[in-house]
Design a protein around this ligand. Structure first.
Ligand SMILES: [Zn+2]
Length: 74
């Protein structure tokens, strides 16, 4: 880390070129855009990949249905 890092300079995480002060930590707006798209698509994927509310609602429906059965017996 400290042996290879230049003074206050970081390399672009996308292409590895030296980052530009105006586009830190990237070397250009293009690389910043690429990283943003990666981040957005990753976050989007996580959101659509989580269907826990559906399972909970269907569970509640099942409990309601089974709770109605004993009422009929009374
Ligand atoms: Zn770059």
């Amino acid at each position: 880390m400290s042996s290879r890092a230049p003074a206050g300079g970081k390399s672009c995480p996308i292409c590895g070129k030296p980052a530009a002060p105006d586009h830190r930590p990237f070397c250009s707006t293009r690389c910043a855009d690429v990283d943003l798209n990666r981040w957005l698509s990753g976050a989007y994927r996580v959101e659509t990949d989580e269907p826990p509310s559906d399972a909970t609602s269907s569970l509640q429906e099942g409990e309601e249905a089974s709770g109605q059965a004993p009422r009929r017996f009374l």
